[in-house]
Design a protein around this ligand. Structure first.
Ligand code: PAF
Length: 257
């Protein structure tokens, strides 16, 4: 695996990399089985697989969340090598934001709902970094997990809106045996919160109403941002934890056939 640390270096070797089909998996590191499933899909579909690790500050609306974001770079690199990834793109803030985030991608509707209505500017940060990464890597396909379904939808629509020549491929959510959706943030759950965390998935699958589920999660000790159903999919976001560490969890499931 070759590690490329600057935009210029990547652009210099891009024509060689993109001779055949290139699959791209953007990540913020702390890789888990969910990321592995995206990488496996790319290795299966494409000639070359590129992974980026970049903890993108512009998508964090909360400084504590950014400070506490898990960093497991050494382990991540070993995993990527063992999986047969061809390139790791590992840029710096200065490289990615030479404009100091003066230019951004803004969407005026769906990005303001669900997570967007609780995390100001989050999706503007996500769409901006994904646009930048897609422009640098120029892959044939990019892979996104359905755990972040709103993110996946916004990126798919952004690519369509800007006539970008890349296939956006959704991959199913990978879960622990008790149903908890895999997420890098799960590493920050204390033992008590980890036990309760699977309740989100259990409840959003149940036949009760969004309002009732919100009440049940609140009663169990979650601070609930939303439980909402849109277009045959139920979405939830809630925070759990102790005074030291709070972890925000999101999940979604297709409902009603
Ligand atoms: O889903 C993530 O990990 C991030 O939002 C992404 C797509 C890598 C952009 O920073």
């Amino acid at each position: 695996m070759r590690t490329v640390k600057s935009v210029r270096e990547y652009q210099d070797c891009r024509d060689d990399i993109n001779k055949g089909s290139t699959g791209f998996i953007p990540t913020m590191g702390a890789l888990h089985r969910g990321h592995q499933s995206l990488i496996e899909a790319s290795i299966r579909d494409c000639d070359v697989t590129v992974v980026s690790i970049y903890v993108n500050p512009t998508q964090f609306n909360n400084a504590d969340d950014l400070d506490n974001y898990p960093d497991t770079l050494e382990q991540d690199i070993s995993l990527l090598k063992s999986m047969g990834v061809d390139y790791l793109f590992l840029p710096s803030y200065e490289d990615i934001y030479p404009d100091k985030y003066r230019y951004m991608i803004e969407e005026g509707e769906f990005s303001r709902q669900l997570c967007g209505s609780h995390r100001e500017g989050h999706f503007t940060g996500v769409m901006t970094i994904v646009m930048k990464l897609l422009n640098i890597i120029r892959p044939s396909a990019a892979y996104f997990g359905e755990k972040d379904f709103q993110q996946f939808q916004l990126i798919r629509e952004m690519v369509e809106a800007f006539f970008m020549d890349v296939r956006i491929v959704p991959c199913p959510t990978i879960r622990e045996t008790d149903g908890l959706a895999l997420s890098s943030r799960n590493l920050n759950l204390d033992a008590g919160s980890r036990k309760k965390a699977s309740l989100i998935h259990e409840l959003i699958l149940s036949e009760t109403t969004d309002v009732q589920i919100n009440g049940q999660l609140t009663q169990a000790g979650f601070d609930v941002d939303y439980v909402e159903t849109h277009g045959g999919r139920r979405y939830a976001a809630a925070t759990i934890g102790n005074d030291n560490k709070q972890v925000r969890l999101i999940d979604n499931v297709a409902i009603g056939g």
